[in-house]
Design a protein around this ligand. Structure first.
Ligand SMILES: NC(=O)c1ccc[n+]([C@@H]2O[C@H](COP(=O)([O-])OP(=O)(O)OC[C@H]3O[C@@H](n4cnc5c(N)ncnc54)[C@H](OP(=O)(O)O)[C@@H]3O)[C@@H](O)[C@H]2O)c1
Length: 343
């Protein structure tokens, strides 16, 4: 029998890419997608995907659909507790065990709250095989910690019923594969702040703070492997306490992104003659303020380190990125971001 997949966030950058990847790689899987707004071309592009209308607060609908699924792939909002709880409640109603892939993010290991390393390289590199005890005891204010705690509790109580994989990508670049949002977060947000400051690039401190990155195409190979393993019954893969998947293929310092963006914006005459700006922490703290849920988003995005290694995927199938590297395609990313920056 074809595995039944229930997917959320299918119009988003990551979720839309995951949906497209699953449907095109495995047309026989029975896929149901929760959508609050169905893109015009959805039915014609994905004629075999069943659409369920609802949002992440439609707990009854989510729970019902999860109870029918062999595999739930939850994307879209890594911090939304009611939707995650509804999925878990639904999966616990099943007679047979099931799989849940939950999208988290390496923001959880960012050092935005450690003044010593703001704007400086932090030597700490996180492993998804040897650092799991430390990750599962991070403080409550760590990004995405609220939902990872729910997942950790579920693993402790119900690992016989629900096999959980926490998918934890770093910053992502590259064009998404879905029908609606196809762009990522960091580069558009950086370009927006450059525009607000009327500069072509900025950094805090030394600017040597460094983050891991993955191209969306490489990330999709990780998703596909884990979804396929779940659909086949989970054998040979890691779930529950060990089911934690980083995906980064490279790391880039903030100052390198700032310098490269500066060169691109000048090359295309979007700015003239401005110097790379060294900004203050007060300025950083006013950035990305349009995301009220996380008041320190500016520090996280532009001043922190988040360095991770995908040791689990390397161990399981020799994962290595094959897509172009960030700095090689940054021009495309920046020009695309320029088109959508505000005011
Ligand atoms: N992009 C990155 O670099 C990155 C890296 C690591 C982790 N993450 C995390 O991954 C998550 C998704 O990121 P993304 O870049 O894919 O975001 P995105 O492109 O904005 O996608 C969000 C998706 O979730 C859906 N959604 C959000 N809230 C919803 C709600 N209340 N009810 C129903 N649907 C809802 C959206 O539906 P609509 O189309 O209807 O709005 C859309 O399909 C975020 O929490 C982010 O922090 C992102």
């Amino acid at each position: 029998m074809a595995p039944k997949i229930f997917l959320t966030g299918g119009t988003g950058y990551i979720g839309g890419s995951v949906l497209h990847t699953i449907v095109t790689s495995h047309p026989k899987y029975e896929v149901t997608a929760l959508l609050r707004k169905e893109p015009e071309a959805f039915a014609s592009t994905y004629p075999n995907v069943k659409v369920i209308k609802g949002d992440y607060d439609s707990s009854d609908i989510i729970s019902e659909e999860a109870s029918k699924a062999d595999v739930v792939v939850h994307n879209g909002d890594s911090d939304h507790e009611p939707s995650l709880k509804a999925i878990i409640a639904g999966l616990l109603k099943r007679q047979t065990s099931s799989f849940l892939l939950h999208l988290s993010g390496t923001g959880i290991v960012s050092d935005w709250d450690t003044p010593t390393y703001l704007g400086k390289l932090n030597p700490k590199i996180w492993s998804d095989t040897t650092d799991l005890a430390e990750i599962s005891s991070l403080p409550d204010h760590a990004l995405h910690r609220n939902t990872e705690k729910i997942l950790n509790d579920t693993i402790a109580q119900h690992s016989d019923q629900i096999n959980i994989a926490i998918m934890c990508p770093p910053d992502i670049y590259g064009k998404g594969k879905g029908l609606a949002k196809t762009w990522s977060a960091f580069i558009p947000m950086f370009v927006q702040e450059c525009k607000n400051l009327e500069v072509a690039g900025f950094y805090y401190g030394e600017g040597t703070n460094t983050r891991s990155w993955v191209h969306i195409d490489d990330l999709m190979t990780v998703y596909l492997k884990v979804v396929e393993a779940a659909a086949a019954g989970g054998g040979g893969f890691d779930w529950g306490k060990e089911g934690y998947y980083f995906a980064g293929t490279q790391e880039v310092s903030h100052i390198d992104i700032a310098r490269a963006t500066d060169a691109i914006l000048k090359k295309h005459n979007f700015v003239e003659g401005s110097e790379l700006a060294q900004v203050s922490l007060d300025q950083i703290d006013t950035m990305a303020a349009y995301v009220p849920r996380f008041p320190n988003l500016g520090r996280y995005l532009f001043a922190s380190n988040s360095r991770t290694r995908p040791h689990r995927a390397e161990k399981l199938w020799g994962y290595k990125g094959t897509a172009p590297r960030l700095l090689d395609v940054l021009e495309e990313e920046v020009l695309d971001a320029v088109k959508r920056v505000q005011g």
